[in-house]
Design a protein around this ligand. Structure first.
Ligand SMILES: C[S@@+](CC[C@H](N)C(=O)[O-])C[C@H]1O[C@@H](n2cnc3c(N)ncnc32)[C@H](O)[C@@H]1O
Length: 200
């Protein structure tokens, strides 16, 4: 078993334990947006509780789902087995991870901001480099303007500059792109940038 001992993974571990207790398994808006663009072999990095991974598998994708949360991966494996879905779910420390092969789609929803700038950009470049021609990358990150920092380890996160993701995916066909702001605890806010793009 891999123990990923960052503050951020601990934050989500608690959230996932509550979600499992309360049976809360709902696709978030970014997952709902991404699902129709997925096909073939899919890598979901930072899959969380795995609602998108499960729905993609149900739609016929061959999904590999990675996350640092023991609770999330354990629960995802159970739900996939119950549904008879051949989905591979593994614990991984994504701050040290290198993608080993190419995929038709690589998803990183709400993940890359949990690493220092250099690591975040290295993983983003690794994602872009492992999407097959004609395949899709679906990236969602918190960007500058976000003032809710409760789920971050101090000094161990990166708020992307607006447009930075599209900059890395320059030359790709943009299938969907948005910036969305949401209120957060203590009068703060979270600002997300989402980009879904097809590699030429
Ligand atoms: C905001 S949640 C997003 C989960 C899911 N993609 C979704 O959209 O609901 C961030 C996820 O990143 C994972 N994560 C953060 N840091 C990680 C690390 N160093 N290694 C592996 N997973 C990590 C957390 O466990 C959590 O599941």
């Amino acid at each position: 078993m891999i123990a990923v001992a960052t503050e951020s993974v601990r934050f989500f571990e608690n959230q996932f334990q509550r979600q499992v207790r309360e049976g809360e398994f709902v696709l978030n808006p970014f997952e709902r947006l991404t699902l129709p663009y997925l096909s073939g072999e899919v890598l979901d990095l930072g899959c969380g509780i795995g609602n998108l991974a499960l729905e993609a598998a149900r739609a016929g994708c061959r999904v590999t789902a990675l996350d640092g949360s023991v609770t999330a991966i354990g629960n995802l494996r159970e739900r996939a087995a119950c549904a008879g879905l051949a989905l591979e779910a593994r614990e991984a420390d994504l701050g040290r991870h290198r993608i080993e092969r190419d995929y038709d789609a690589i998803v990183a929803i709400g993940l890359l901001m949990f690493f220092p700038r250099e690591t975040a950009h290295a993983l983003l470049a690794d994602i872009a480099g492992h999407v097959r021609p004609g395949g899709v990358a679906a990236i969602n990150v918190l960007i500058e303007g976000t003032s809710y920092l409760g789920m971050f380890e101090p000094g161990h996160y990166h708020l992307f500059a607006p447009g930075a993701i599209q900059g890395v995916l320059a030359g790709w066909e943009i299938l969907a792109a948005s910036i969305d702001a949401f209120p957060a605890p203590g009068d703060s806010r979270k600002v997300f940038e989402t980009v879904i793009a097809r590699r030429p």
